[in-house]
Design a protein around this ligand. Structure first.
Ligand code: DP6
Length: 334
């Protein structure tokens, strides 16, 4: 199968100049209806569409420049990484999509603004910012939608990190992935809030990539996921358009719990949620009986993220002191 994205890059690279210094930013994102399961593991083509909210100033700043030392260099938060480190290998393999076989030594520096303690994966913003920076460095004039398809090859969730606000990732139907990319929803909801309720965790035992492949391969519950997820994605988009926060929240929470249920049924079972995560959920459900309009979503980690509107912020912070609140529609330099 010819990869439509590689073809796109190869065509664009025919016009490319020498690598220049170029810096770019991309926000991280949280899926309100999840991507879980691939129909093509090499091209990161999903089995279902998904929908996310970008995290404004929480994301990755990446600079790509010609390497003065004559060999590739990768820096994370100012620290040079050994070329064998996982992050360096992934970043350089991604740069190879642009370099082809050409000898163009690059320096790639990334700085994440996501508080480390928040325990959020930075691969979404990382690959989106790297895509923007590589395109800028080689002078490629590509639309955000094309860059979204390129970022997808780095990590599926990066497909949605090319824009601020709400973004849908259309799963697409083509085998070559040409129609699987992000689509920003043209709408601003300034009162929308996300809070991260942190849970103590050690290093993650399973990457989301391994976790989703294991679930697809072994979970008898997975067969019901793609259709349900597709439906949830539509329901959430409609709820956003109608500013129907309750439907949005209820659907997002149910979608996340259903995703985690598919993992628990995997053989052997897989669980990213810990006792602490469940205790937070219990506290949330109790608070909801007392009128708190906040809903939870959880990804491939133990942290719980809450979605709510500005009017509930004080009550959320009272129920979850120390939660970090993000206003997705407020950003300055990002
Ligand atoms: C649970 O995008 O990290 O966060 O495509 O294999 O890199 P790869 O997976 P990744 O998976 C994200 C899974 C999720 C749900 C979501 O963000 O939609």
């Amino acid at each position: 199968m010819t990869d439509a994205v590689q073809t796109l890059i190869d065509q664009a690279m025919r016009e490319a100049g020498e690598a220049q210094t170029f810096s770019a930013y991309a926000p991280s994102n949280i899926a309100l209806s999840k991507y879980w399961g691939k129909r093509d593991r090499a091209l990161n083509l999903p089995l279902n569409s998904s929908l996310s909210i970008s995290l404004a100033e929480w994301g990755s700043h990446t600079t790509v420049e010609p390497s003065q030392s004559g060999s590739d260099q990768v820096l994370l938060d100012g620290q040079p990484l050994p070329p064998t480190s996982g992050f360096a290998r992934k970043a350089l393999a991604f740069a190879d999509l642009f370099r082809g076989g050409r000898d163009v030594p690059l320096m790639i520096s990334t700085r994440n603004t996501i508080p480390t303690a928040a325990g959020l994966a930075s691969s979404a913003s990382g690959f989106a910012a790297l895509t923007r920076a590589l395109c800028g460095s080689f002078g490629l004039d590509l639309q955000a939608q094309d860059m979204s398809r390129i970022a997808r090859l780095g990590s599926g969730s990066a497909t949605r990190s090319l824009w601020h606000g709400f973004v849908r990732w259309d799963k697409g139907a083509r085998d070559d992935g040409g129609d699987s990319h992000g689509v920003p929803l043209d709408l601003v909801w300034p009162e929308f809030r996300i809070a991260i309720v942190e849970v103590d965790t050690g290093p993650k035992l399973h990457s989301s990539r391994d976790g989703m492949n294991h679930t697809v391969d072994t979970s008898p519950l997975f067969s019901s996921w793609p259709e349900m997820a597709e439906r949830d994605c539509k329901t959430i988009e409609q709820a956003i358009n109608q500013r129907d926060f309750e439907t949005l929240g209820q659907t997002a929470e149910a979608n996340a719990l259903a995703m985690h249920a598919t993992m628990q049924a995997a053989r052997p079972a897989l669980s990213y949620l810990t006792d602490q995560s469940w205790a937070i959920l219990q506290r949330l459900w109790q608070a909801r009986t007392e009128g708190l309009a906040a809903y939870a979503t959880m990804d491939a980690g133990a942290n719980v993220k809450l979605a709510f509107l500005k009017e509930a912020e004080a009550d959320v912070l009272q129920a979850f002191p120390g939660a970090r609140v993000i206003s997705p529609f407020e950003w300055s330099n990002a």
